[in-house]
Ligand binder design. Structure first.
Ligand code: FAD
Ligand code: N01
Length: 550
């Protein structure tokens, strides 16, 4: 969607360049202005909001309650903004992001429709030189990558993919003007969060909907509903308390989620009799998978919970063929990011909605008329690709920053991402990543993680400015120890089970190294660690006052 700009190329010098104007880039800009740093933000899209700008597919909404998935840095903002639903839809969140941009007068320093194409560290001047696809070439002492964890769409490379004569559309690149799906024959490829939100909405208007599924998903009912004005007033009266609890929680979330309480469970499913397990299933439905302590860590317990999940699914989906196709069987609960839905399984009871199991009937090619599998050709008017993202590292490696001695990030991370606290990586001084690999990031409520990272970076830059320091970079020792800790805490969880394949592990991208990327130790523990590091004079970082000899 990024249009060509007709503005003169920018060539100035700045204190900080920020890449990306999603929630992270916008809040970063606001804080940097607050400490008097001259900042410029480049954004590829022609609007702000990042995720909430790009993902306009039908049904797109957040799955954390919106009062929690919102900025906490301004009490005024909290009091002015009203959320209409527990989990707001994309248009509402995009409107919120735009409201924030206007309220804090952010737009004057955000350069839209401009993609950063390179960033190179100049050792002689201790600055980053950043270039864009619009001919800009600016320098800045610091570079903040607010490029997003889920901002590089992936599309399969099926033979003939460009031959289709109908409309091809990707959930994460959904056009602003929308796509006419009324009365159309629609295919959806993929069954991750995006597809699972879109499918019930598409089914409402399409004449035929066929879902092409490679891996069935575990999904839990969203239990979304409108927020009444009385509830909103009550929330506004207690925001301070809510924010405090969010910041001190492992996920940055304190509310209810998918019907189960977030307090850590204590009872083990392995201690229950078969009758007791069935009674729990009766009482909690799909939520039964979330109420036992041993399910996330013990494979036998996980298997039992998985079977209960399948039993509940078969009660909802009436056609046994569809139910069988939709039932996850070969990977554990807790391996992939939980999916939250509104009537997903029920949608398959509609006569015009069907599912193709790609494990039995793989796609061979995209044709002029539709999709050819190993069995037959299906004809469509619209093909929706809901095939995910090159997550966590994709946007950074696309820019491929060039650090000390000309070494690129692609070279450094050839065997997977390595950094200290998920914030900085050795060899790339003065370059910060927001919610990058090695931080709680996508395992948490991202707005809480974003605020934590932005606040930490702001404090760090204020400290450096006050001491007249030129560069900051982690020590090799600190980086190695952190990488080991990130790996260690993930061991024994379903996230890294041998049968688990997820984008957290990078395995959805052909050729990407299998490595669990986020830090699973909890946002509360992580925050404490970051605070201690800062309080100890940025322990594990090397701070210098003058250019380093080459
Ligand atoms: P983004 O919002 O991704 O913004 C990054 C921006 O950087 C993009 O606008 C991109 O265009 C820009 N950019 C990237 N590379 C360049 C470049 N080279 N040059 C210029 N610009 C560039 N998280 C939750 O916690 N709860 C949720 O309920 C939730 N729902 C989600 C729903 C969807 C559909 C998706 C895709 C993600 C969801 N997430 C959710 C994760 C979401 O990405 C984060 O919550 C959050 O919006 C990330 O903000 P960000 O600013 O870090 O990144
Ligand atoms: O992407 P995904 P997504 N042929 O990677 C399939 C956030 N989010 O956009 O599992 C056939 O999860 C792939 O199959 P498999 C959230 O963090 C949040 O849905 O690899 N199929 C899978 O089914 C989420 O986790 C919300 O076998 C192919 C699907 O496509 C993240 O974004 C909403 C294929 C991709 O699923 C990503 O979600 C939306 C191929 N060649 C997104 N390639 C909320 O509700 C891939 N697939 C908050």
């Amino acid at each position: 969607m990024g249009a060509t700009t007709n503005r003169p190329a920018l060539t100035g010098e700045y204190d900080v360049v920020v890449v990306g104007a999603g929630a992270a880039g916008m809040y970063m800009l606001h804080r940097l202005r607050g400490i008097g740093l001259r900042t410029i933000v480049f954004e590829a899209a022609d609007g702000v909001g990042g995720t909430w700008y790009w993902n306009r597919y039908p049904g797109a909404r957040c799955d954390v309650t919106s009062v929690e998935y919102s900025f906490s840095f301004s009490k005024e903002l909290e009091q002015e903004w009203n959320w209409s639903e527990l989990m707001a839809s994309q248009p509402e969140i995009e409107a919120y992001m735009n409201y924030v941009a206007d309220k804090f007068d952010l737009r004057r320093d955000i350069v839209l429709s401009t993609r950063v194409t390179s960033a190179a560290w100049d050792e002689s001047s201790d600055t980053w030189r950043v270039e864009t696809d619009q001919g800009d070439s600016i320098s800045a002492r610091f570079c903040v990558m607010a490029t997003g964890c889920l901002s590089v769409p992936l599309r399969p490379d099926y033979p003939g993919i460009d031959d289709f004569k109908g409309v091809s559309v990707q959930t994460s690149l959904w056009p602003k003007e929308g796509v006419d799906l009324n009365g159309k024959r629609v295919a959806v490829i993929g069954t991750g969060s995006s597809a699972i939100q879109a499918i019930p909405e598409i089914a409402k208007v399409a004449s035929q909907l066929i879902v092409f599924q490679r891996t069935p998903a575990y999904t839990w009912p969203a239990q979304n509903r409108p927020i009444t004005p009385e509830e909103m007033a009550e929330i506004k009266a207690h925001y301070d308390e809510l924010r405090e609890r969010q910041r001190n929680s492992p996920l940055g979330i304190v509310g209810r989620f998918g019907g189960a309480l977030l307090e850590p469970p204590t009872q083990n499913i392995l201690d229950l009799t078969e009758e007791e397990r069935l009674a729990a299933l009766e009482e909690y439905g799909f939520g039964v998978t979330r109420i036992f302590a041993d399910v996330p860590t013990n494979m036998e317990a996980n298997e039992i919970a998985r079977k209960l999940y399948g039993m509940h699914l078969r009660k909802i989906v009436k056609d046994p063929r569809k139910a069988e196709a939709l039932t996850p069987t070969d990977y554990p609960l807790g391996c992939k990011r939980p999916v939250i839905d509104s009537g997903y399984f029920e949608t398959f009871n509609l006569p015009h909605v069907d599912i193709v199991n790609l494990r039995k009937e793989p796609i061979v090619a995209i044709t002029e008329r539709g999709i050819r599998t190993s069995e037959k050709e299906y004809e469509f008017d619209v093909i929706v690709y809901a095939t995910g993202f090159d997550a966590m590292t994709g946007a950074l490696l696309n820019i491929n920053p060039r650090g000390r001695r000309g070494r690129t990030l692609q070279q450094k991370w050839a065997n997977g991402p390595r950094n200290y606290l998920g914030l900085m990586t050795v060899g790339f001084p003065n370059m910060f990543t927001i919610t990058g690999p090695g931080s709680p990031s996508v395992l948490s409520n991202m707005l809480v993680s974003i605020e934590q990272h932005v606040d930490w970076i702001t404090d760090c830059l204020a400290y450096m400015t006050s001491k007249g320091l030129a560069t900051i970079e982690p020590t090799q020792e600190a980086e190695d120890a952190w990488v080991e800790e990130v790996n260690n805490v993930a061991q024994g969880t379903m996230y890294v089970a041998p049968s688990c394949n997820s984008w957290y592990l990078g395995v959805n991208v052909p050729g990407k190294v299998r490595q669990f990327m986020p830090y699973i130790g909890g946002l509360d523990r992580y925050r404490q660690r970051c605070d201690e590091v800062a309080a100890n004079g940025y322990e594990g970082f090397e701070l210098r006052g003058s250019p380093v000899p080459a």
